[in-house]
Design a binder for this molecule. Structure first.
Ligand code: G16
Length: 544
């Protein structure tokens, strides 16, 4: 066995962001770049010798090459076994599922999620811990600090592993097990949802659905579960073939990037239900006929209807949402008499709450919903949850959401993104906003009076860790909010995110377009943060 010790020098930019290390493919292709980061992971873990890891990715460009490199570094570092997805494919939730099912030390996920792929696109790498969830901040900090000192990595000199053939092979002393990418995950889904009922519903001939896999990782999972297992008509899953460049698309399931699906659901004679997922299969967008369900509302609807679904019929221990997510779920939690936790943006913050059984369902405005079945958000799980509810309630998506608003009131909600802002200018905007916070309280803007303004800080109720500077909130006396933060997932310049929310209890006023309902708050956001002047943009680049 030929283990080589390669001398290297640290890169200064390997700090993981909201969800792992994301860079342009060209950055990862620099000599030693990926190797340094992977060795930093192994060096900062307590003990990898003799352990099992899970490895897979969303199939984007550089996935296969990166897998071969990581396998050889793992073998050189004494890992005993790696379970790797067939053809290198494992969705993020499936990786989480496999880590938990086989009690492995952890896993490595290769994805830049919703960022575009291809030689000119992005790539990413993330470490997940033994609970199946993204490494918490103390682990990512340790990896980062190791990456700043690293001077060597270990790698086995060996031929590549055949990722196209299921089964075991040896890489030095390490066993590589190429596993079916879908089977474990599909089994888990079957244990949570009423597959028989959903199957009857989907084969009744009266219900039609369209799921857009956006040429990303969800395709094989959706085809196997929805079409082959549950009997949805062939072709219900569109763009189902994972492609290295996602067919040139941007696999971000929102109204802008998933336009093909949006055109179908808002076109002539649309199907009853539509959904899209992202690059690595953890996000979801839910649509009805001519109807968009905001991710915040989707979380609230799932929480309110959870008892209709076998896996959740005994009730929820609590719910959790990221701070910028609308407060619709809080209202459901209050009615159910359970706690609603508010965490910073980033799925990693839900891990402790799920492990401690303080929350059963979690969700984020960024098209992420999930539960304690894994420790990642899960796109196809959300689709199955909706289908289970629809099969039981026999109402349309729109009827279900409108009834929900009647019961709980409507939280009008929108997110405005300003992408590609020069980093210095974006930071200056946030700094000035931060400086102005003390003077904002009590200020009147038209009909709105500022009640509070702060920089969100989270104290984890399980381990007491504190995460500061998680977004600037401006709250008004009527419960409306504007939140400002910089994205932690982009790879070029900065993205300013502005989250807007108001609450309308009166059912007679539930029919406005959210941009109309939030028009005053949109103006106030610009007044408070001088967005146009700092970004030089008259309009957001993306509105969801
Ligand atoms: C990641 C995180 C999410 C977060 C989202 C957006 O999602 O896992 O928790 O909400 O990024 O983060 P930001 O606003 O910092 O860009 P994904 O699907 O990209 O892994």
């Amino acid at each position: 066995m030929n283990i080589q010790t390669i001398s290297t020098q640290p890169f200064t930019d390997q700090k993981p962001g909201t969800s792992g290390l994301r860079k342009q493919v060209t950055a990862f292709q620099k000599p030693h770049y990926l190797e340094n980061f992977v060795q930093s992971i192994f060096d900062s873990l307590e003990e990898v010798q003799g352990q099992t890891l899970v490895l897979g990715g969303d199939g984007r460009y550089y996935n296969r090459q990166a897998i071969q490199i990581i396998l050889k570094i793992a073998a050189a570092n004494g890992v005993k076994r790696v379970k790797v997805g067939h053809q290198g494919i494992l969705s993020t939730p499936a990786t989480s599922c496999v880590i938990r099912k086989y009690h492995t030390l952890g896993g490595i996920v290769l994805s830049a999620s919703h960022n575009p792929g291809g030689p000119e696109g992005d790539f990413g790498i993330k470490y997940n811990i033994s609970n199946g969830g993204p490494a918490p901040e103390k682990v990512t900090e340790a990896i980062y600090s190791r990456s700043k000192q690293i001077d060597r990595y270990l790698i086995l000199e060996a031929p590549d592993v055949d990722l196209d053939r299921l089964g075991e092979s040896q890489l030095g002393d390490m066993t590589v097990e190429v596993i079916d990418s879908v089977a474990d995950y599909a089994q888990l889904m079957e244990s949570l949802f009423d597959f028989e009922r959903i199957q009857q519903f989907l084969t009744s001939g009266e219900f039609h659905l369209c799921v857009d896999a956006m040429h990303a990782v969800t395709g094989p999972y959706a085809q196997a579960i929805l079409e082959q297992r549950l009997g949805a008509a062939a072709g219900s899953v569109i763009n189902g073939q994972p492609l290295e460049d996602f067919g040139g698309g941007h696999p971000d399931p929102n109204l802008v990037y998933a336009h093909e699906l949006v055109e179908i659901l808002f076109g002539e004679n649309p199907p009853d239900f539509g959904a899209a997922s992202d690059g690595d299969g953890d996000r979801n967008m839910i649509l009805g006929r001519n109807f968009f369900v905001t991710p915040s509302d989707s979380l609230a609807v799932l929480a309110a209807n959870a008892k209709l679904v076998p896996g959740y019929k005994s009730g929820l221990s609590g719910v959790a949402r990221s701070m910028p997510t609308s407060q619709a779920a809080d209202r459901v939690a209050a009615q159910l008499g359970i706690e609603c936790y508010e965490t910073p943006t980033g799925w990693k913050f839900f891990g402790n709450l799920l492990d401690a059984d303080k929350a059963t369902l979690c969700g984020e405005e960024s098209f992420g919903t999930g539960s304690n079945h894994v420790r990642e958000k899960d796109g196809l799980w959300a689709v199955l949850f909706w289908l289970n509810i629809l099969a039981v309630r026999q109402q349309s998506v729109e009827e279900i959401v409108r009834e929900h608003w009647q019961t709980y009131g409507r939280n009008y909600y929108s997110r405005h993104d300003y992408e590609g802002v020069e980093s210095d200018r974006a930071n200056a905007l946030m700094e000035e906003l931060r400086a102005s916070m003390p003077t904002l309280s009590g200020k009147q803007f038209g009909a709105y009076q500022v009640e509070y303004s702060d920089d969100f800080s989270y104290s984890d109720p399980v381990d007491g860790s504190i995460s500061q500077n998680q977004g600037i909130r401006v709250g008004f006396t009527d419960g409306s909010r504007i939140v400002f933060r910089l994205s932690g997932t982009g790879t070029q310049g900065a993205t300013l995110r502005v989250y807007l929310e108001s609450y309308e209890p009166d059912a007679a006023k539930h029919n406005y377009d959210p941009q109309e309902a939030l028009a005053d708050l949109i103006k106030i956001a610009d007044q408070v943060a001088q967005i146009r002047s700092y970004t030089g943009m008259a309009q957001p680049t993306i509105i969801t």
